[in-house]
Design a binder for this molecule. Structure first.
Ligand SMILES: [Zn+2]
Length: 202
């Protein structure tokens, strides 16, 4: 399966209202889903550090996926668009990577979960193959949506499913209960600059 966790999805009914644009809990939700897999005894790898997964740089994860060198594993990729962008728009590398992600997720008992800020940042080829698209929203204990990017109040993350569409949230996460799973300040998903392999066709 491929799961996507998004910061915003234009046009989605769940997107309505005055919610914080950033910090909506997408990485927490991604991490939580991975954590559940780890609890079930699954091997989990991620391109950021967590308390339960094996850290593997995103370029290495991509290589493993393309070479089909991964099985029985849950893969967590935060800020997926950074890696996709590094491959170039519509490049052969990009198509190969997306094709491999899709292929791998359909066999060998591999699940790939990613988060990204905007729905439109994910290449349509990958988006249509994403089995579940989630839009987390941050609420306060009193049920009011949180509209601040930085806010010290307690938060409950409502995980809404945009595709296939479900009206009610599928999970409510007490954000404070899972802050030990990963260090939000430590997330670095920027891939190394890669020399351009393909010249622009003239
Ligand atoms: Zn708040």
């Amino acid at each position: 399966m491929i799961y996507g966790f998004f910061g915003s999805i234009p046009g989605c009914p769940h997107n309505r209202g005055n919610h914080a644009l950033r910090g909506n809990g997408k990485t927490l939700s991604l991490t939580f889903i991975g954590y559940l897999d780890a609890q079930r005894g699954r091997h989990v790898i991620s391109n950021y550090k967590t308390s339960f997964s094996e850290y593997v740089p995103v370029e290495e994860i991509a290589r493993m996926v393309v070479e089909e060198n991964v099985r029985d594993t849950t893969i967590l990729i935060t800020e997926m668009q950074v890696y996709l962008n590094s491959l170039g728009v519509n490049s052969g590398d990009l198509k190969e990577f997306i094709g491999s992600v899709v292929g791998q997720s359909r066999k060998r008992n591999t699940d790939i979960h990613y988060d990204t800020q905007r729905y439109g940042d994910i290449h349509p080829r990958l988006r249509v193959q994403t089995d579940r698209a989630f839009l987390p929203r941050k609420f306060h204990r009193d049920g009011e949506p949180c509209s601040l990017d930085r806010c010290e109040e307690e938060h409950i993350i409502y995980l809404f499913q945009h595709d296939p569409y479900l009206n009610d949230e599928v999970i409510r996460l007490n954000a404070g209960a899972f802050t030990d799973l990963y260090n939000t300040d430590e997330i670095i998903a920027v891939p190394k600059k890669k020399p351009k392999r393909r010249k622009k066709e003239v």
